[in-house]
Design a binder for this molecule. Structure first.
Ligand code: PLP
Length: 443
């Protein structure tokens, strides 16, 4: 993009200037509409979500057998919702801003198998593929107890097939561990920013790890090319996959059940705000879709991105979606927030969800580290930097009167609100790595 084109883009979309200057900024979506009006653009519906939910239920006996850590939830991969009142108090003090209502953490950081939100979509897509192959081969019927997949015969069957994925780390972990467990020959194409311990862990599970010196976009592209050369290879396309998206969306109804068990009401008078860290968009997009279908217009979803990787904000605000990258406007896409180092957003998620999201904000890596330390100190919880991106959300929502005005929130509604920060990862970070994060948070 030359400087004339860039100036024109800024003239049309002033927010782009903030992005280029790497400012912490927020963009509240003027194209926001009701679920009824926005849903047709998603191209998926409740039946699709229910189908994903049922598939995960079929696999539960198998998961329980091969991953004993899922036994407590009967083979269902789901996280706790925890109140974090001490953190709420610390946030209010630090930012000198009251937060109306109550603050919660959705602990996807502690999901079994891979310790991140990717244990939803990534694992789901592998299971989907495995089921399809086994059904086609006549080895499985949907009424079977899927615990039978835990056998040498099935491992032998799946070993004829391969799976490939490009990843900044966490998606690779989920897909690698799940695929290897089933018996697939699996290759993870890792971008330069992926942590060494994630690569080591995958190799210890028998996964082939290919390393790139470039970013996520290149790792995905190379993975796609390599997979094309092998007809028995299935490429999991994080940039476009509806299957991944649906795996994430199952979270909506499950969260609704959790809130009901806690006697938390979500309605017109009691809005629910959910803050989701965004990389390529599949995770937060799929979860937001599930939340919208579960809570309708009473849930307000806001995405958070690093100042150095604001690809989804850029794509949705300019309407260019995957036709623009942060690099094209001079941003380097270098951030300590692992899963969020993505320069070009999904072509599918932004277009599908742009009418159902309240907005987006960016924050600096230093802010994520600050929040990481604050959460550890106030609640004794350890998350990775990216998982803290959502933690600034409640401050922004309570601070920005233009946002409240856009949605006609009353003071009473804001006082009755619940704020859920989606804690997307960190549960499997080795202790010495976590100590480094904590040391940085104090610096
Ligand atoms: C992948 C990831 C995200 C974002 O998910 P996308 O689907 O890439 O948008 C957020 N947090 C963590 C820890 C992740 O690994």
């Amino acid at each position: 993009m030359n400087s004339d084109q860039l100036n024109q883009l800024i003239a049309q979309h002033p927010i782009v200037k903030d992005l280029i200057e790497l400012k912490e900024t927020a963009w509240f979506n003027p194209n926001f509409t009701t679920l009824a009006e926005g849903l047709p653009y998603v191209g998926l519906n409740q039946t699709d979500i229910d189908d994903a939910r049922d598939r995960l239920a079929r696999f539960a006996p198998y998961l329980m057998a091969v991953f004993p850590e899922t036994a407590a939830t009967g083979g269902i991969i789901e996280s706790e919702l925890a109140a974090i009142p001490n953190m709420q108090q610390q946030l209010e003090q630090h930012f000198d801003q009251a937060i109306g209502g109550k603050l919660w953490l959705k602990k996807d950081s502690h999901l079994p198998i891979s310790g991140s939100i990717k244990a939803r979509g990534g694992i789901y897509e592998v299971l989907c593929h495995a089921e399809k192959l086994a059904l086609q081969a006549g080895l499985l019927s949907t009424s079977d107890n899927y615990a039978k997949l835990n056998s040498p015969e099935f491992k032998q069957f799946f070993s004829q097939y391969s799976i490939a994925v490009g990843s900044t780390g966490n998606l690779g972990l989920s897909i690698g561990i799940m695929s290897a467990q089933l018996g697939f020959d699996v290759t993870v194409h890792m971008s330069a920013d992926a942590r060494q311990w994630k690569k080591d862990k995958l190799r210890s599970h028998g996964v082939t790890v290919v390393e790139y010196v470039e970013d996520y976009g290149v790792a995905v592209e190379e993975g796609r090319k390599a997979a094309l050369q092998n007809p028995n290879c299935f490429f999991i396309d994080d940039e476009n996959s509806r299957t991944l998206f649906l795996g994430y969306s199952v979270a909506g109804q499950r969260l609704k059940t959790q809130l009901e068990q806690l006697n938390i009401v979500v309605d017109q008078a009691h809005p629910l705000f959910v803050y989701l860290p965004c990389g390529v968009g599949g995770g937060p997009g799929g979860v937001a879709f599930g939340l919208k279908m579960a809570f309708g217009d009473h849930v307000h979803c806001i995405f958070a991105e690093p100042t150095h990787s604001p690809c989804m904000l850029l794509g949705v605000a300019t309407g260019l979606h995957d036709e623009i990258s942060v690099q094209e406007i001079g941003i380097d896409n270098i951030t300590a927030a692992d899963g969020l180092a993505v320069g070009r957003a999904s072509g599918f998620v932004g277009r599908a969800m742009q009418r159902l999201l309240d907005g987006f904000y960016t924050l600096e890596d230093e802010t994520m580290y600050l929040l990481l330390g604050m959460l550890n100190q106030s609640e004794h919880l350890k998350l990775e930097p990216s998982a803290l991106a959502g933690m600034l959300g409640p401050i922004i929502v309570n601070q920005r009167q233009d946002y409240a005005a856009l949605h006609h929130f009353t003071e009473q509604q804001l006082q009755n609100a619940n704020h859920i920060v989606w804690g997307t990862g960190g549960g499997m970070v080795p202790a010495e790595e976590m100590d480094k994060y904590l040391a940085k948070s104090k610096a």
